[in-house]
Design a protein. Sequence first.
Length: 510
Amino acid sequence: MVLVLLAGLVVTATAYATVEAGEDRYADQVMDRYAGEVTAAITDRVTRYGETLTDMAYAVGAQSDLSADDFTRITAGLDTTRLPGASALGFVVPAVTAQTGAVQRYWRARGNPDLRLQPEAGEAMHEYLILEKAFDERDMQGTDVGVSEPISAALYTARHSNRLAISSAYPALRDSTVAARSRQSSVVLAVPVHSGLGSAAPDEFKGWMLLGLRGQDFLAQALLERGHGTVQVSLTDPGEAGAVIAAVSPGTRASGTTLVRQHNLSVGQRRWHVTVWPTHRLLTTTDRGMSRLTAAAGAVLTILLAIMIGSLAGSRNRALEQVDRATAALRLDITRREHVEAQLQQLAFHDPLTGLANRLLFYDRLTHAIATHARGDRTFAVLFIDLDGFKQINDQRGHHAGDAVLREVAIRLRTELRAGDTVARFGGDEFAIILEGLIDDVAARPTAERVIAVVQQPIDIDGEPALVSASVGIAVNRPGVDAEDILREADAAMYAAKAAGKNRYVEATS
């Protein structure tokens, strides 16, 4: 009986370690992906706002005799729908104290009759907000914005580098009346304005275009969407003692530090810091806990078998027919145990909803494919598939409809593949395929085209059709890559297919 217990515990421990390693590896991959998406979202949004501000600077500089009406027309198409989080867009000009009166008269004559410049006392140089489009209905025209050290530093950097500059995080001047607990950290984007652009006249510095942004309004929604509501994110300005620019905290943060991701990014000549934490919801979606279920089930089976064997051993003095019956019962129990172990094997290596291989089995076969094809003259490819439109079906028609879609897609993928190919469900609405024995790098294209064609065919759910499509990323094996490399390339190609319009495939570039 002791030997039976020891053998059962060894098998259980091995299964537990294998499943747990697969869970950890997938959770790492998901966190890397989400951290990358969040960082890219921040960079993309700052870049887009910077390009808009630069366009405004060119348009203002192109005016031979800029007036308030010109400024109004140039900025007419901008609002908080197009620029979420923006507080105001303005034109700023420099002036020494002695020039203040002349500057005020000039701009009053240019269509801003109520302008009243407010120079900061004790300062020789001023940066006046001359023209403004306020998105919060608070008029700051005439303010000496140079009184704010973060704004002044950004204006200096933009002028002397002749490109976009971002200020450090600071409490905005226009939010001085807002209660401290409700005040957001703000930043400003600054771009220099020059006249004479595109003409024979020499370029002449005229001032700056300035865009104020409230950090939380500017980025919170993008952080939440790119993190899929399963990670908590904080964007800080390390140059300002870690001032928080924006943060989102969906769900409950998971304990531990191994899955925390920290990235530095450079935008507008300034460095920001991004920290991403996993939540319990993310760990649930990555099948965390399957290892504990495997260990518990294995331990229970081992104890039950040991009890049965002990009971039989204590009955040796019974009649021969009782021994025969006990032996038959033992054989039946062993058969049942083998059946349960086979079910555990199925549970550990296959997706319970679709019956396809899961990530753990897929990774094992991918590693085997890399080793096998390294010795031959043929190659293999990995196809990474994400269903377009699946979330709408799940949200609008319920999870039972979503499950029906996933099962039907799994059946269609199996039907389209050769017997020797591997198709797996990676979780959610993601699938992956290994195509082995390919003659060249383009041999995977016909399969990708068949996958796209078969997935987009209507799926009947309770008499109503459901429509999804497939975005497919293709990565072909090449010397020197490992399993992580080829999965990452296929995943990146799939996202490129989505960005290109969905319902298509994109091949990864090495």
